[in-house]
Design a protein around this ligand. Sequence first.
Ligand code: 5GP
Length: 125
Amino acid sequence: MAVDATQPYDDQNIFAKILRGEIPNKTVYQDEFALAFHDINPQAPTHVLVIPKGAYVSWDDFSAKASDAEIAGFVRAVGLVARQMGLVEPGYRLLANTGTNSHQEVPHLHVHLFAGQPLGPMLVR
Ligand code: 5GP
């Protein structure tokens, strides 16, 4: 079910459990600010999720409340993951679903990183 991006943080969400090591994941990269891992149901040949280590529901929550260091660390981690995976050329797509209309399902901020083939139109029409 899609989540309301303004709801309070639920520390029982699936990505909180992954961050605590309660659920396994295929880690691509991690540092002080971010964890990157393969999506369990990939929508492209490469489909990686990058999440901040802090407890933020959505892009809205993170951009309003995270510290400058958390924001810089997270954004740099997304770029680093893409570079380390060799995705800059031929290219990749970032997507952060936020709230009900976007069909955000997991209430912990995550950026999808898609690559590995031509990715088609930006949105379904
Ligand atoms: P959203 O729709 O919230 O933007 O995307 C949630 C994503 O999380 C989906 O692409 C879904 O496949 C992925 N996902 C959900 N549960 C798990 C899980 O337990 N492990 C991993 N690696 N990905 C998950």
